[in-house]
Each structure stands twice: as C-alpha cells, then as structure tokens.
Design a protein around this ligand. Structure first.
Ligand code: F6P
Length: 358
C-alpha cells in the first residue's frame, strides 16, 4: 500500500486541479486499491496543523477544467517556516511529525518558488518529496514552462486585445499592467501576442525618454494610439541604479498604487498624451486552464505518479524541449528563471519594432 500526501501552496493558478488530477488518476489507474491519497488543506498550513482529507479516485474526476484548487491554498513564506507560530509551535517539526503520523511514503507539493524552497527543506529533513512547478510567472528554474503560465498569457493577451479597440477609438496611450512578480515572462509573451507597441519588463530597465520617443514616433506615423504592456515589476534605469536600501525607501513613500501609474503621469507630462492604465490583476490567475496547460498538467502529474511508483524522490518534475524530466530539488530551489535580455525572443520582438524602452 502506498500512502501519498498532496498539497497546493502559494498563489493559485488555473491548472492546479488539472495537475492534481494527473497525479491522482495516474496513481489510482496504476495502483488501484493499493494507494491512499491524503490532501492537506490550504497548503503547508494543513500539513502544519494536521488538517487533511482522504481523496478518492472520484475526487480527481471532473476537475480538469476547474480553476483554483480543490484543496485551498495559503501563502506560508519560507522565511517564516523557521519561526515558531503564535503558540510556539515549531512548524518544520510539526510538518515532519504529521507526515510520519500518517505514515506517508511521500508528499507531492504543487507550488511556485517560495513553496519549492520549503519543499527542498523538507526533502533535506528526510521526507520523500516531489515538487510540481506551478506559477503564472514562469520563473522556476529547471523547467521550460510552469503550469498556469499559458492560461495567464491567454487572459493578459485578451485584455490587450480588448484595449486595442478602445485605444484606437480615442487615440489614447494605454498601459496594461501585467502580473509576473519579479520577472517579465508573462508581459513579454502577452505583449507580443497582443501586439503591444512597447513592452517593459524588469530584466530590461527602461529609459523614460526612450519610452516617450517610441510614443512620439507612432504619433508622427499617424498610428493614433499606443499600447504599453508593463510588468508589475518593471523598473526604470534611474531606479535600477539606486541601492537596494534607496529603492526600498522610495517604495515605502510611493504615492502611486504601482509603477504603471507613475509611468502614466510621466508620459502625460512629457508628451501631452491622454494616458489610461488598465490592471487585469488577479483575473490573470482565474478561470479555466487553456488546452496547453491541460496537456502540460496532465503530463507533469502523470510523470509525478510514475516517480512515486518507482520510489524516486527529491525531484521537481519539469518539461524541457517537449519532454518531461526530473530535476533534483537541491539544484533548482532558490533560483529565479529570468528573461535573458539577449535572447532570440527579445531580438525578434525588436525586429518588428517593439520598443523595450532601452
Ligand atoms: O506569483 C503569482 C502572482 O500572481 C504574481 O504574479 C503576483 O505578483 C502575486 O502572485 C500576487 O500575489 P497575491 O495573490 O498574494 O496578491
């Protein structure tokens, strides 16, 4: 009998259920009644406080297209894991104890960067762990693609598509602020797919003069409107030159809700354009997974099930060059996968006239 724990941690995305389904169906299909799967509620919280439920084969049916997570999720920062809770409970010790209490053979953890660091910690502490790379940010090292990313690209692209018509009608400059945390993958892909004229990402600090020049070039060419896809983590050259402390101070006294609003004001002042900001926000994590994610999630989940059956632990399951792979957790935990400013995709985007403000 195999006893498997599973949890979803951190910000949700569209394909968490689809991925769990891959794991669950893979295990039940191969092992039948020789497997029991325990789902921990609300991420690591469920593991810390021993809140779980048995997941039968039925629980994994009908959830391929359902966004969110049937287990719930919570953000438990890696930093806080080492700090006892308000009642003095040692969280890492509690997680180990609950794992042992249920006599688990392994624990499958679906989550992003922070989640992965805790997964690696638990692996180092002797638990059998498999990590599955979830995030709309696509910033996990060791996999070409994270599940959730393509679904978010779809939504952010749709937002830019919708903005196009109204931007054109009113001859406005529109900033669409795209999620992605500290990296620009989502903005870059949605920006290209949505036909944005200017794409600003954290990996390429922008020069406000260059951004305004690009807008004015379009005005001169009688384009009538300009669309900027701006990553929530985009940063100006000026700010990038600040020390960490200075930048932190700036943000602490920031008068804008986000970088896009400061940018909008600067563009208005310098070009006289009528500028609007649109923030699709958490819609980018909502709704159903797109077909690409459904396939990716199914494959990653099934591969995780295979590793469990073969008793191979301490890995993240990723996808490289179209094939699923297992990557030792210790090799990837704590690393951020950023857009390479010198990569082909940036060069090709520039070839067709997209400005990165650099
Ligand atoms: O990591 C996913 C993500 O959606 C980021 O793109 C974004 O910065 C962050 O989570 C938002 O977090 P929260 O849901 O906690 O506001």
């Amino acid at each position: 009998m195999k006893r498997v724990g599973i949890l979803t941690s951190g910000g949700d995305c569209q394909a968490l259920n689809a991925t769990m389904r891959g794991v669950g169906k893979g295990l039940y299909n191969e092992l039948g009644s020789d497997v029991e799967i325990y789902g921990f509620e609300e991420g690591y919280k469920g593991l810390i406080y021993n809140e779980y439920r048995l997941l039968t084969a039925r629980d994994f049916s009908g959830i391929l297209t359902r966004g969110g997570t049937i287990l719930g999720s919570s953000r438990q920062s890696f930093k806080n894991m080492r700090i006892p809770d308000e009642n003095g409970l040692d969280k890492v010790a509690a997680m180990k104890q609950n794992y042992r209490r249920l006599d688990l053979d392994c624990l499958v953890i679906l989550g992003g960067n922070g989640t992965q660091k805790t997964a690696n910690l638990l692996s180092e502490e002797g638990l059998n762990i498999i990590h599955l790379p979830k995030t709309i940010d696509n910033d996990i090292w060791g996999t070409d693609m994270t599940f959730g990313f393509q679904s978010a690209v779809d939504i952010a692209t749709n937002c830019i598509d919708c903005i196009h018509t109204t931007a054109a009608s009113h001859g406005r400059v529109f900033i669409v602020e795209v999620m992605g945390h500290k990296v620009g993958w989502l903005t870059l892909h949605a920006g290209i797919a949505g036909g944005a004229d200017i794409v600003l990402i954290p990996e390429i600090p922008y020069d406000i003069d260059k951004v305004c020049e690009a807008i004015q070039r379009r005005n001169k060419a009688k384009k009538g409107f300009t669309i900027l896809a701006v990553a929530e983590g985009a940063i100006s050259k000026e700010d990038a030159a600040l020390s960490k402390k200075e930048y932190k101070n700036k943000l602490a006294n920031y008068q804008y809700p986000s970088v896009s609003y400061e940018l909008a004001e600067q563009i208005m002042q310098r070009t006289g354009a009528d500028v609007r900001v649109t923030v699709p926000g958490h819609t980018q994590r909502g709704g159903s997974p797109v077909p690409y994610d459904r396939v990716l999630s199914t494959r990653l989940g099934a591969r995780a099930a295979q590793l469990i059956i073969q008793e191979e632990y301490g890995y993240m399951v990723g996808i490289i060059n179209g094939e699923t792979c297992k990557v030792p957790l210790g090799e990837v935990a704590g690393k951020l996968k950023m857009v390479d400013p010198n990569s082909g995709i940036i060069e090709e985007a520039k070839m067709i006239g997209i400005s990165f403000g650099d």
